[in-house]
Each structure stands twice: as C-alpha cells, then as structure tokens.
Design a protein around this ligand. Structure first.
Ligand code: HEM
Length: 140
C-alpha cells in the first residue's frame, strides 16, 4: 500500500516537473523570440511555475529516497541508478539557484537574467531526459 502511494506521488511529481520545464520554457522562448520581456502577470506565472518545479523535485527526492530504501535497501542499485540520482541532484541544485535568482530579481523589480534562465531551461530539459532514460535502464 505505502509503495503504491509513494510510486503514485513519484509519478505525479514527474508530471509536474516535466510540465514546468515544457510550459515555462515555451513561455520564455516566445518572449525571447519576440525580443520582449514578460509583463508583470506572465512573470508571476513563471515565478509560480519555477516554485512548483522545485516542490515537484523535492517530492521526487523524498519519495525516491523512501522507494530506494524500502524496495532495494539503499542507493547501491546499479550504475544507471547512480547516474539517475546524480542527474536528479544537479536538477535540484539548478532549480534552487534559479528560484533564488528569480526571487532576488523580482525583489529588485528587475527581470531575471536572460542567459541564466535560458541555460537553466536547456540544461533542465537535458537532465530530466537523462534521468528518465537512466530510470528506464535501471529498472529494466
Ligand atoms: C528528476 C527526478 C526523477 C525522475 C524524473 C524520476 C523518474 C522515475 C521513473 C520514470 C521511474 C519509473 C521507472 C520504472 O519503474 O521503470 C522511477 C522509479 C524510481 N525512482 Fe525516480 N525519478 C527521479 C528522482 C528520483 C530520486 C532522487 C530517487 C532516489 C533518491 C529515485 C528513486 C526511484 C526508485 C527507487 C524507483 C523505482 C521504484 C521501483 O522499483 O518500482 N528517483 N523514477
């Protein structure tokens, strides 16, 4: 029962983290291509999306740690799993850094740095792909 609950939350959080990366990236891309800075309301949406992404990653870590301990007795599962948690750790750090950056710039009434946001979205997409492929191989 607890395994089912943990897995359900793990999968739900994957849905949210992926949605944030796709949706947030799309909004940013449209504004960058139009050479415009998002207005106050769109900025608010982007801020909430970033926050949701961080919460989803934290849920992935909590449920992931519990799943690994209950099913496999720890993190020493296989190489693919090690790659999966390494990529997930980098993703978590990026999400933290971006959320802090967005928070600080909105406090100063400035738009977030374009380069930081672009790099974060691009590396976030690649990293989530790496995590998913590694998960598919690890639990094959
Ligand atoms: C971005 C973060 C993450 C993503 C996208 C992700 C994705 C996935 C996916 C797609 C599966 C299903 C694999 C399958 O059953 O074939 C899975 C299962 C699993 N994940 Fe994650 N995961 C993430 C983070 C983590 C973390 C940080 C841990 C551990 C610290 C973890 C531990 C596990 C475990 C143990 C399972 C397997 C449960 C089982 O045997 O059924 N995950 N994850």
């Amino acid at each position: 029962m607890s395994l089912i609950v943990l897995k359900t939350f793990h999968y739900l959080a994957i849905l949210f983290a992926g949605g944030v990366l796709v949706g947030g990236g799309l909004i940013q891309g449209v504004f960058t291509r139009a050479n415009q800075v998002p207005d106050i309301n769109v900025s608010r949406v982007l801020k909430i999306l970033g926050y949701l992404g961080l919460v989803a990653l934290i849920i992935l870590w909590i449920t992931g740690i519990l799943l690994s301990s209950i099913i496999y007795g720890g993190f020493a599962i296989n190489t693919a799993f090690t790659i999966k948690i390494l990529a997930a750790a980098i993703l978590l750090i990026i999400s933290f850094v971006v959320n802090i950056h967005v928070y600080n710039s909105s406090k100063k009434n400035q738009p977030p740095n374009k380069l930081i946001m672009k790099m974060a979205t691009m590396s976030g997409r690649s990293l989530i792909l790496i995590v998913l492929v590694a998960a598919a191989i690890a639990f094959n």
